[in-house]
Design a binder for this molecule. Structure first.
Ligand code: BES
Ligand code: MN
Ligand code: ZN
Length: 504
């Protein structure tokens, strides 16, 4: 366990094993960033040649450690690069704090002296550090060795005594914890996170969050396969029926007193996506345990919103199914009836996400929310379009704008995508059912999927976040983003709710 404190001490005098400072590139020079003034003063004229000799450039992601030889209170100075920014922004601070967290191993105590003179920056430092230091060792047999994370982390900030700073500091920890739990779920192998096992883990988590005095009040209900059939959820049933592990639908409700609005969240919870009979090639399958990242994000965002006590009602739907191959598989050509009665011709069983989302979206509309957001690792097309670090956002114009603004605050890159007119024709092209789930035109598949989802939103204000790219990091860590599940969208959803709760 690491304890975190926010303090306004001098980084030069602080007695910690290590002090983290930022480095900015100024022309050919590298200088210490805001927050490290005392360290710059303590090193005096020694600093410039020292940085030059060490080859410190200040480029983003660079981390250099040097022994301080008694010049400052801490024995180790950790220099983390910011790049060429004059005004260091929150995203840059978040990234730098994340990189630093991984670089500081074996220090029992760390003081972070990164730019933190606004509540936004306090939040960025805290979140970045906690997220960057995340690791997933549950399946490592040598994980008996103690965690490398320090016991004590002090975030230094000149505004540490201001209420806005302490609030930002505490809220950052709530959001970071939610992201970490979302990452844990995504990283858990699909064999241990089938729909029933996902529900078990969710129920255990729920119990822990809601127990005790002053704990947030949320209610969790779960529909099993029989109840789903009773509700006419043909999408969830159809996608899940080939698996030995039956599908589920988790519904999480947060109803605070004095709520100013009602937000519905829907997250794709395919615990494994083999593609079904339209089976995936082997090299597209090995990361498909991540296909429940949308569900993980909306659930964890809801818990975070409740823990923050935001005055906004939230109803969250997580349809869970395992998309497998067996004698019971849904076939291309089969027709499924979605909750509410509309029929869909399945043409590619690998386009399963939209089928489970359709049922859940219709259920969401029945709650008469003010706005619906859905989050899904929905299409490879979006990864082709935007790469693996940016999510696509589609839907009602004003809601898309609100989501983009929330993403800015949260430090998660999102980009607007259109739902062109002709998609409407394409989704209505089935000769046997109300809607076609897929067509064999390759182009614009992510937009087709959004047009399909829109059919189930009953004209309510809505946005769809396709997180197929950023939900899972197959490469090495960068900034606050670690390898594997990233927890993408948790922060954006929380900030969306925060912004909504602050209106009227
Ligand atoms: N889960 C995948 C999408 C995906 C791709 C997520 C890459 C994460 C990384 C989704 O269910 C899928 O298979 N989509 C198909 C849609 C197609 C059949 C219309 C795809 O992307 O090819
Ligand atoms: Mn699929
Ligand atoms: Zn999928």
């Amino acid at each position: 366990m690491t304890t975190y404190t926010l303090r306004s001490a001098s980084p030069a005098k602080t007695r910690a094993d290590a002090v983290v400072v930022g480095v900015v590139q100024k022309g050919k020079d590298a200088r210490l960033a805001a927050g490290a003034e005392d360290v710059t003063a303590a090193f005096g004229r020694r600093l410039r040649p020292l940085l030059a000799n060490l080859g410190v450039t200040g480029k983003p992601g660079e981390v250099v450690k040097l022994p301080t030889q008694g010049l400052i209170g801490a024995g180790l100075l950790v220099l983390v690069g910011f790049g060429k920014q004059d005004a260091v922004d929150a995203a840059g601070v978040r990234r730098a704090a994340g990189a630093a967290a991984r670089a500081v191993a074996n220090a029992a105590s760390v003081a972070i002296a990164l730019p933190a003179d606004t509540p936004e920056l306090v939040r960025a430092v805290t979140e970045g550090w906690q997220l960057g230091g995340y690791n997933f060792t549950a399946y490592k047999s040598d994980s008996a060795s103690p965690a490398k994370n320090p016991h004590e982390v002090v975030v230094l900030s000149s505004i540490a005594r201001q209420a806005a700073a302490t609030t930002a500091f505490e809220e950052a920890q709530v959001v970071a914890a939610a992201v970490a739990q979302a990452r844990d779920w995504v990283n858990t192998p699909a064999q241990d996170l089938t729909p029933p096992l996902f529900v078990e883990s969710l129920q255990a988590f729920h119990k822990q969050v809601t127990k005790g005095r002053g704990a947030p009040k949320l209610t969790l209900t779960v529909l099993d396969e029989a109840e789903l059939a009773e509700q006419g959820c043909g999408g969830i049933i159809g996608v899940g029926q080939a698996s030995d592990a039956p599908p589920r639908l988790a519904v999480l409700r947060y109803r605070p007193r004095g709520a100013v609005a009602h937000l519905a969240l829907v997250g794709k919870g395919i615990t494994y996506d083999s593609g079904g009979l339209s089976i995936k090639p082997a090299n597209s399958m090995h990361t498909m345990k991540c296909d429940m990242a949308g569900a993980a994000a909306v659930l964890q965002a809801t818990y975070a919103i409740a823990r923050l006590g935001l005055p906004i009602s939230v109803t969250t739907f997580a349809p869970m199914a395992e998309n497998m191959v067996s004698g019971r598989s849904t076939r291309p050509g089969d027709v499924l009836t979605i909750h509410g009665g509309r029929t869909v011709e399945v043409l590619n069983t690998d386009a399963e996400g939209r089928l489970v989302l359709a049922d859940a979206l219709v259920m969401a509309t029945e709650e008469k929310p003010d706005v619906i957001l859905d989050v899904a690792t929905l299409t490879g097309h979006m990864v082709v379009a935007l790469g693996d670090r940016v999510a696509g956002v589609m839907g009602s114009e004003e809601i898309v704008q609100e989501v983009l603004a929330a993403g800015q605050v949260a430090g998660e890159p999102l980009w607007p995508m259109p739902i062109p007119e002709d998609m409407d024709e394409r989704i209505h092209s089935s000769k046997v059912a109300d809607l076609a789930q897929h067509d064999w035109t390759r182009w614009g598949g992510g937009l087709f999927a959004a047009a399909f989802l829109r059919e189930f939103t009953d004209g309510l204000p809505w946005a769809h976040l396709d997180i197929a790219g950023p939900a899972f990091n197959s490469g090495g860590p960068h900034g606050e983003v670690t390898s594997g599940g990233t927890g993408f969208a948790v922060g954006t959803l929380v900030d969306f709710a925060r912004e909504r709760a602050a209106q009227d």
